[in-house]
Design a protein around this ligand. Structure first.
Ligand code: CA
Length: 310
């Protein structure tokens, strides 16, 4: 009797610390609706579109999420990319039998997802914008030559251009879909974004750097972003992002998007110690070791959606 009790006690003690862990892991990312990951400007034709969100789909699937990674035009207007995404969302709904999807978009994938939620809110449960270009990018303004005249010295301008060249070489064009870099730059400029926001205002902060509506037309809106251009000595992208970050004249940014521009709906945070590439766990997992891992942020967001019944 005594021995049985001791055995039981020992077993209970061993199981105790394990119980809450396994309870958290099982179904932690099991959202009610499928998660659709939407890439940003440029595709990764050297490593494939799926790996744009490096290691993220598998990490979400591991604890119950249904995850789809779409491919739209790497460089094109938000509306063109948005229509391509809408077509793929309908295919996902048909294939899964789900009524809605949870869209998670990085960079230009933020506004692209917003387009679909704006024209077909009935098909979208939530939009999560990660490093999203919601109010334009100073880098796009520079490409179009619409940055305030005389705001940069020639040396700084050359640095920014060199940094951008490196980034574009690295990201290179996506395959199979129409590319239109000028249309992309216009969509990503401050003026182009303002025009898009006038037609599709859902979730966009009405103040310069506030939060937006948490829910609009039945769709929940969330966002997060990094604000540290240089985070890892081993990542070849970091020096380039440090150069393009000069375009923001000191405003908080992730190298390509300012913190204020990233804000949409409920702002989870706009200043993680991450750059634009870290936000999707690039380059191949080389991120800031002293910050929450980006994969963890995606998992936490899936759990947030799950807890919201989405
Ligand atoms: Ca990185």
């Amino acid at each position: 009797m005594k021995k049985t009790l001791m055995t039981w006690l020992a077993a209970a003690l061993l199981a105790l610390p394990l119980w809450p862990l396994s309870a958290q892991a099982a179904g932690y990312t099991q959202t009610a609706y499928p998660i659709v990951l939407v890439h940003g400007l440029f595709g990764f034709d050297n490593i494939g579109p799926v790996e744009y969100f490096y290691g993220i789909p598998s990490a979400l699937r591991a604890d119950g999420a249904k995850v789809f990674v779409v491919q739209v035009s790497a460089a094109n207007s938000t509306e063109v990319r948005g229509e391509q995404l809408l077509t793929q969302v309908k295919q996902i709904l048909a294939a899964t039998g789900a009524a809605k999807v949870n869209l998670m978009g990085h960079s230009h994938g933020g506004p692209t997802s917003r387009y679909v939620a704006s024209v077909r809110p009935d098909l979208v449960a939530s939009v999560t914008s990660i490093g999203g270009v919601n109010k334009g990018s100073a880098v796009a303004d520079l490409i179009l030559g619409v940055a305030p005249a005389g705001s940069f010295s020639n040396t700084v301008l050359v640095s920014i251009t060199n940094g951008l060249g490196t980034i574009i070489d690295f990201l290179s064009g996506g395959a199979g879909q129409t590319q239109n870099s000028l249309a992309a730059a216009q969509s990503l400029s401050t003026a182009g974004s303002a025009q898009f926001n006038a037609a599709h205002p859902e979730g966009v902060p009405t103040t310069a750097c506030g939060e937006g509506a948490y829910t609009a037309r039945g769709v929940a809106y969330y966002s997060w972003s990094g604000a540290k251009p240089y985070t890892n000595l081993l990542d070849v992208m970091d020096p380039a992002l440090a150069l393009t970050s000069l375009a923001f004249s000191g405003a908080k940014n992730d190298g390509l998007v300012s913190s204020c521009s990233s804000r949409l709906g409920r702002v989870i945070r706009d200043d993680y110690a991450m750059n634009h590439m870290d936000e999707v766990n690039q380059t191949i997992g080389l991120v800031n070791l002293f910050e929450t891992n980006p994969v963890t942020l995606f998992r936490q967001q899936a759990n947030r959606l799950k807890n919201a019944g989405l």
